[in-house]
Design a protein around this ligand. Sequence first.
Ligand code: PLP
Length: 757
Amino acid sequence: MTSSSELSLIYLDSNATTPVHPAAAQAVMNTMTQTFGNPSSSHITGIRAKDIMEKTRQAGKKLLNIEKGQLIFTSGATEGIQTAILSALVEAKKKIQPNKQYYILYGATEHKAVPNSLNHWNELLGIHAQVKAIPVDSLGKLDLNFIAEHAEDSLMICTMAVNNETGVYQDLSALETAIRTHNPQVFWMVDCVQALGKRDLNIENTSIDYAPFSGHKLYAPKGIGFMYVRSSAPFTPFIAGGGQESGQRSGTENLPGIASLKAIFDILNNDSEYQFSSHQQLEKYRLQIIKALKKAFGDVVLNHSLENTVPTTINFAVPGFSSKEIMDLFDAANIRVSSGSACSSKVTRSFVLDAMGLPAWQSESAIRMSFGPMFTQQECDQACNRILSTAKALKQSCLIDTSEINETPLDGLIELRSGNNCCWLFTDKKTKTAVIIDPVHELIHRIVNIVHCQGLKLTAVLDTHGHADHESSRTEIIKALNMSTDTCHLGWPNSANDIKVCGQTYPCINIGNRKLIKVATAGHTSDSVSYLLTDAFDSVYQPNLCHFAFCGDTILMGSLGRTNFETSSAADMFESLQLLNNLVGEQSLICASHDYYNEFTTTIALERGRNQLLNAVLSKNIDVGAFCIQKAELDAHLNDEQGGEIQCGAYVEVDTALKIKEYDKESLAQLLKVNQDIRLVDIREPHEYALQHSDDVELNVPMTRLVQFIDECSSQKKDNYVLVCRSGSRSLVVAQALGRLGFENIGHLKGGYALGL
Ligand code: PLP
């Protein structure tokens, strides 16, 4: 097996968490096996444990220059944040005057633990203050004027020293002036999680009231943190109980965690045989990585300035690639990075970059690389080399600019997607001719790169209709590729020939030995057409000669295109559906211009089984008048507000998710042992596959080529397939799609390569 174990791990996600420093690990081990006492015990083992704890506290106080204030051990920063907020708001509540509007302020780029806790305690304590985000500028710096305006009526102000996504640091002394000039009493919390070891924190020289920290962001284990509490700041214990930490944080102390912090404090205090890299050295590493990224991917865009950020964070975007694509690529190359906010992996854009007012594409494509002060020159060199090798894999997939013609020519249908918009590229390997259907703006670069790098001759760039919800990129592609503009407004060449199909004449172009037939299918819009890609035929056409029917928004998976636009006509759609039924085989694959539910493709047979209205039309059980009434009712239920997008189809019925056989590493190994017929299919993209895959894999069928695979394997639907991907989520989606399309024996590897194959 060519496995991830063969490529060493390049870990560039230290802002999420770090490995444990050997000195910290050693300290943990000592307190687990030798000095394992309970610091509250009065015997010698307990006294020794307590001594470790107090020495750690002293080392922490030395680091932060704390004399009067307290340093309290917690389970991590989230607990520190709760404690600070609870303490401040309990006290603030006592002074609230009736009928006065109060604010609680927090930075717009704060970690979600802060606003969520503020809202939680504001409500639970019945304070009813207005919780307001302090805006930031394009550099991520807090708006001091906003603070000045609102501070007087604020109960608490929460800011952060260093941002976890961008590494942006705030000018704490300017912030302090803005706050204290207008409100000397307001409680001020500064989240210092990402500042530890990266910024000088002379905390007691400031008027910060609370400062939470976390161990696992700087080489201590997870589950240990600490917080600074100013001597004059009020305090309410968040955890009451046995009275540990002078009654301020009960529960038997996490001595191994505390001991590990001591090892880290000692390094930061220069009281250790170990050292961290200097700020200057870390900045050099950052510049070296940025240089490698630019060399690898060309026009990489940095999402922050290098001036007001800590040197251990790089947040960037590669034009034309989503964060998810780059994450998948890097994971295949065994480079760990993070996309958007690591703490909410479902979010596809970054609220931090949105707050900074960066363009949407930068937020959607954001990748964060972060390392810590243990990073070495050797690791940095390795990381740069690996980044270059990942880009090479992308070049081989024709996804980034390359002047060389690729030696593995594409053949057949490729689906390129942007969100739920589907764009189709059909290529004929022999003649190198190709056609593009329904291109979208976000895919222009990708399409142009593929055409150049494959040396393709584009016969046409086509739209199935004038799209209401997104712009076609047809004209831009035609311009970029210097193509003929002698076409209709949907891109159909005026030079096309006619062909006779079922007694009617249709315009037709050839792509290799296949035919692409244009059929007017008005309804969704008055200009809607469908393109049928068929095998060559002489005089007699049969619907099953059609492999792919590009129907635009006429038939969508699980729905019919909406017919409530100005140029729509449900009556025309009624006719168009019947026409398509005559020309498209029951098993021909319908390639729509949207895929809202990750189904990839469908067939008339499948849609008839679940779309009663379509079935009624095709069975001639409904007349055009009744169809129009029912269609209008369906369209009335469309929700354009959903996700801010126009829904192009009236959804008819949701399939109950198919049950898919799931394997884990052990059960798959067992299956492969006893069943020689299992076909293990890697469904990641070719560049991911090229970087790393298992030797047990028989086929690479990337999601972009799934519809082509379905077409080719229509006679092998009884075969046993087990699908694998990076984490098991793509393989599940594809397995469900294949199951729905009649593949009878589909399973997938739960957890994918991540959990082992
Ligand atoms: N604050 C910031 C800035 C962080 O980066 C994190 C962790 O990602 C937290 C708070 C929460 O820290 P913990 O994981 O210790 O609860």
